[in-house]
Design a protein around this ligand. Structure first.
Ligand SMILES: Cc1cc2nc3c(=O)[nH]c(=O)nc-3n(C[C@H](O)[C@H](O)[C@H](O)COP(=O)(O)OP(=O)(O)OC[C@H]3O[C@@H](n4cnc5c(N)ncnc54)[C@H](O)[C@@H]3O)c2cc1C
Length: 445
């Protein structure tokens, strides 16, 4: 395996080359703040930034170095993304709910560009579009039907590519055409996060890495936190720990943590990269448990991931699995070595929806189901607005029932079975839509 890794191989995110998580300060937090934010990813840093700008004293605490969670480990894809499609939501609830949900996801997507622009953060924010590569002909037909339904309701554009033309979107024969979503983008997550933490510190946030919160005690007077660097009291607390949530039990019982994996190649010949991803879009496949690909925004490299929730032990096993994903889509990369491989934790929920809300003196935004870059920034600000008394307006993700399962304590022993169920469901979807897939594209539209 070593031969398939570069000499300078690192088991660390590519993003940390440009934006390593900052060294932690050595002094201890003060004994009291207006607000303590637990977790320093996009959710926590956005909440802390807006609270500090609202004139509050804020401590931002992280058990690891600041930003070392999923927020500097993700793929940097942004778009209207949720595990439940427009049609899923419309069928489970009604079309009005699907419209509201996808309008809010769209607003979150637009917010990221506005945030980067208004804050002057250079993070390679690009409206690059997305290609959803169909893993079966039936998936292409299903994508067409689902996206047509959303277009009719919300006007969001898309185009279907048949397999003969898919090389315009991906240099692979593995797929069966797919869908192009023009209104979709990408960022460099490390640089966006670094820009936000810089602005939060400039606004007065006291950010402490390597400061774990072990206990949270709530009373009528406020909240007392026991941390590895002393006790802190606060009026209210923001819980922004997503896939790394350890406590309290009420939240842990509602989140399903799962591990996700990614890799980066050594520098590629730019002509080869143009062949792999000709238009520079982000690429995901049409499965529930996706493989995903993009160009690095700051070097001629391929970044990709998949194998979510698989039990992979050790760097070499993860690297070998990543290589398999790369070669399945792009066998032409047989001689290409990997320079970076890494993992990170996400949080799923039992209704496959993120949740933002308040429980006593704890405000939370959790359970992004693999889509927390845009929503994390949005929900962090939303929490701050609510605390500051600036009515943030309605959200379809706010205050709705946050389900758990009987006897579930936060250890997802069923994750392997869940992934097998998703694969079975994806295969069923492919079969159901297979006949439609073999009609000419015009007739299917
Ligand atoms: C490999 C991978 C790829 C992904 N790709 C995408 C993508 O392309 N697009 C997208 O939108 N989303 C993606 N996601 C999901 C996205 O990264 C997350 O949803 C998002 O970053 C969550 O942000 P957050 O601020 O809520 O949590 P995080 O960034 O995970 O931060 C939580 C923090 O809480 C800290 N913490 C936990 N417990 C404690 C404690 N007791 N005391 C103090 N600190 C604590 C942790 O150390 C951690 O730093 C991906 C995730 C992974 C792992």
């Amino acid at each position: 395996m070593r031969a398939q890794l570069t000499q300078d191989f690192r088991f660390a995110p590519w993003w940390w080359e440009a934006a390593p998580p900052p060294q932690s300060r050595e002094d201890a937090p003060a004994s009291s703040y207006d607000h303590v934010v637990i977790g320093s990813g996009f959710t926590g840093v956005a909440a802390a930034l807006h609270l500090a700008r609202g004139g509050r004293s804020v401590a931002l605490l992280d058990a690891e170095r600041i930003g070392a969670g999923a927020s500097r480990r993700n793929a940097g894809f942004i778009g209207r993304v949720m595990k439940k499609s427009f049609g899923d939501v419309a069928d489970a609830r009604d079309e009005a709910c699907a419209r509201e949900t996808y309008q809010e996801l769209h607003a979150a997507y637009e917010d990221v560009f506005a945030l980067a622009h208004e804050e002057g953060i250079a993070c390679h924010a690009a409206r690059c579009g997305r290609f959803i590569a169909a893993t079966a002909p039936g998936h292409r037909a299903w994508l067409d039907a689902d996206l047509a339904r959303m277009k009719a309701a919300l006007g969001h554009d898309y185009a279907i590519l048949d397999p003969q033309h898919q090389h315009a979107a991906i240099g692979s024969n593995h797929y069966h055409g797919g869908a192009i979503i023009p209104d979709s983008g990408s960022i460099h997550p490390g640089l966006l996060h670094q820009g936000l933490i810089d602005r939060a510190i400039a606004a007065g946030v006291a950010a402490f890495g390597e400061t774990r919160v072990n206990e949270i005690h709530e009373s009528d007077q406020g909240v007392r936190l026991e941390t590895t660097r002393g006790e802190i009291t606060a009026r209210e607390v923001v819980l922004a720990t997503n896939g790394y949530t350890q406590h309290p039990g009420w939240f842990k019982r509602r989140l399903v943590p799962f591990r996700a994996f990614m890799a980066t190649t050594e520098p590629l010949d730019p002509a080869l990269l143009d062949e792999l991803i000709p238009q520079g879009r982000t690429i995901i496949d049409s499965n529930t448990n996706i493989d995903f690909f993009r160009r690095a925004p700051d070097a001629p490299r391929l970044i990709f991931g998949g194998a979510t929730a698989e039990k992979l032990a050790g760097e070499e096993a993860i690297a070998a699995r990543m290589r398999k994903i790369m070669l399945k889509a792009f066998p032409q990369l047989e001689d290409v070595r990997l320079s970076h491989v890494w993992d990170g934790y996400c949080a799923g929920t039992f209704d496959m929806k993120p949740h933002v809300g308040q429980r006593g003196r704890l405000h939370y935004a959790l359970g992004y189901n693999f889509a927390g870059v845009a929503l994390g920034c949005r929900f962090g600000k939303r929490i701050a607005d609510r605390i500051l008394g600036n009515e943030p307006g309605p959200s379809v993700f706010d205050g709705t029932a946050f389900p758990t399962m009987p006897l579930y304590t936060g250890h997802p022993w069923f994750i392997g079975a869940a992934m097998r169920y998703f694969a079975w469901r994806d295969a069923g979807l492919a079969k159901r839509w297979d006949a439609a897939a073999h009609r000419p594209v015009d007739a299917a539209a």
